[in-house]
Ligand binder design. Sequence first.
Ligand code: ADP
Length: 461
Amino acid sequence: MLIMILIGIIPTVIVETVVLRNYENRAVSSRSVIIRNQCDIICNKLAKEGYLEDPSNENIEAQLVMLTSIYGGRIIIVNRDYRIIKDSFDIAEGRYIISPKVMDCFAGSETTYYDSEDQYIEMTAGIRGTGPDAEKIKGVILLSCTTKEIEANKTYMSRVGLLILGIIVILIILGGFFLSGYLVRPFKKITSAISSNKGDRLTEMEPVDTYTETSQISEAFNTLVSQVNILNDSRSEFVANVSHELKTPLASMKVLSDSILMNPETTADEFREFMEDISSEIDRENAIITDLLSLVRMENKVDEISVVETNVNELLDLIIKRLKPIAEEANVELVAESFRPVSAQIDPTKMALVMTNLIENGIKYNKPEGGWVRVALNSDNSFMYLTVSDSGIGIPEEAYDHIFERFYRVDKSHSRHIGGTGLGLAITKRAILMHGGLIKVTSKEGEGSTFSVRIPLTHIV
Ligand code: ADP
């Protein structure tokens, strides 16, 4: 509204000032031209009639009176001796006048002077001789006339201007008030839709299509709302899953300890057996919490990736060495093949986690006898490739995307018996994404699965 008022008022004030100033200049100059003409006419007459020699010419006297009364001024006529021979105010007759203007006029330069403060125009005009003396200046007319009516017109015009300005200001204030209210109404609608959105589940607003901007804002808001809702849903689902996963080992421990407590005849062997079961449930609970923490840390970016140039072949050898005993225990043949020396900018701890999780899964979800897990490491100019294939139970195609979700297991009962937290692949995928890489799975149920990982050799932040 303020901007509108300023935009309305500033040009009006400028226009008014410029118009008034122009009017004064033009009025004064046109008045000067008219008076100068009159002066020239009078000068010619005075010269012709020989007024300077004999000032008692009534005809001229009448013309001078008329001239002074029309222009509200004063005429002084000075002869060659600088003596005033005529003063229309009858004050200075007979006196001498030696002013610079009069002297300049005798020297041939006629002057016009405007005094804007006292509001009058003063000019000098030379009275030339006749016949051979036509070029000589014999006398000077000093004429001053008032410009009060120019000032009066100016005052009148400025008053009218002020009145117009006042009307414009009032119109602009009223218009600005209503127009700005009207213009911001769609934004108010958006604000109230946003501020009324409370609680866990946000509601989308009706699109406000009044302006392109408002429709863009409401569209952006609705996109944000749906993202927040998805996030809220997944958070609730995550909390529910976590609670469920954490409660399962606790429930088992409760059952085991209750059965010891309720049976006073528990033998030492039974007691030991139950305690072993309780201990393994504690291990399981511990594994879930550890995995959960590392996943949450990675997702919240608390765990920053610390990249170093790493010899990936050595890293893989180390992991294979660590997992060999587990593979042997499960009767699974574990073979690793490096096609070339691979050096990459990676976080070795996170990459070790990726390799361990994939190989461990290959061992876990394998055949009871005679199964194998093959790991291949290769690279080209830009990427390193890690492939972990197994001869295990395989994964149904519809589960390809889900296995990377938190707590997702293809076969819940089977997995529980095998162990595992349901978080391994979620952590793996997160770690790979932090490296700017990709993971892909192909599998055939009953025949085995292949997990392919691609990581850039140079880490780009
Ligand atoms: P878990 O701790 O249950 O192994 P993961 O996140 O590592 O959790 O794996 C998620 C699910 O994906 C597993 O429960 C299993 O059903 C399936 N899965 C993962 N790797 C394999 C594999 N190599 N062969 C068959 N199924 C697999």
